[in-house]
Design a binder for this molecule. Sequence first.
Ligand code: NAP
Ligand code: ZN
Length: 350
Amino acid sequence: MKTIGYAAQSTTSPLEPWAFERRDLRPNDVQMRIDWCGVCHSDLHQARNDWGWSSYPVVPGHEIVGVVTAVGSDVTKYREGDRVAVGCLVDSCQHCDQCEKGEEQLCREGNTQTYNGRDRITGEPTYGGYSKDLVVREEFVLRMPDGLDPARAAPLLCAGITTWSPLKTWGVTEGTRVGVVGLGGLGHMAVKLAVGLGAHVTVISRSADKAADAAELGAHALLVSSDKAAMKAASDSLDLIIDTVPVEHDLNPYLPLLDVDGTLVLVGQLGPIPNMSSLPLLLARRRVSGSPIGGIKETQEMLDFCAEKGILPDVEMIRMDEINHAFERLEKSDVRYRFVIDMSTLDAAA
Ligand code: NAP
Ligand code: ZN
């Protein structure tokens, strides 16, 4: 099928309208109209090839909410008109031990990303949610629970699951002391989800500017990372830190905040960790780990949890033709806390 979207044609070009083909429906495919798409910092990284594996054109977007418009002959879970969502994954091998556990993000054969990936059958590039329509195999489609405002929910599909997955992996529950480094798209979801699980949450930000916001999001405290005295006073006070900073940064100020056996989980930056001292790790059996998005089953559980608890991202709705300005603002952390594109504005912008 012919469709349209917004694509980056090179590392330096702005996103612009682009007409392209989506594959015809396979028997196990769902076709959807995209209504809303969140703007993740990963979209910016990949439009600009920050990670070195972008293949152009890049149509970003992996926080996708829409409506089913057609289904293949073997599809059993969805029907035309269903309110559905798609996140960062559109395929995996489906038979390795990780896929069988529902951890498709850890597929032994490598998962297929929603954009900037390769279709497992044809090898064609995958294109993301800054577009009018999407075709995805049934197993990678999520059901939007009733009671979750679909216009605001899109960021749950990446920012939500990427922070939910480590909260669950490290067993966060009533009273767990959780730190969140960086209050952006991922960070604000980490706060809301951890609070929803009953944790005691501390935001660790570069300044006190977001203190009132942090409190409103439900956080119990805010630490300013440059305030050495406050950071020292908070030594050994956290069980888990989720670090969402998108660029290379020094971990040494954060590690002493962990109590014995505490873990700092990197979900933001990809690449080298400069000058990390092993001393705080050895002295208190602290750990540094990382975590990629989350599996499909876990994503559905997170969506259902958010519906039950009334948890929704804080969003600023934009038109499709505002995306380049939104990228500039995202880079300056000038969004509280996630841009969402109203995709009904695409036709007029294309
Ligand atoms: P974002 O909205 O831009 O938020 C990042 C936050 O980090 C900012 O709000 C800011 O918080 C802090 N920050 C920004 N620049 C910083 C700097 N130079 N030094 C220290 N702190 C800084 O980004 P996002 O969408 O949440 O994404 C965050 C990162 O996660 C990106 O790198 C993205 O690619 C990655 N990501 C990873 C996965 C995964 O699977 N692991 C999934 C999605 C996204 P303060 O102002 O509070 O300091
Ligand atoms: Zn993302």
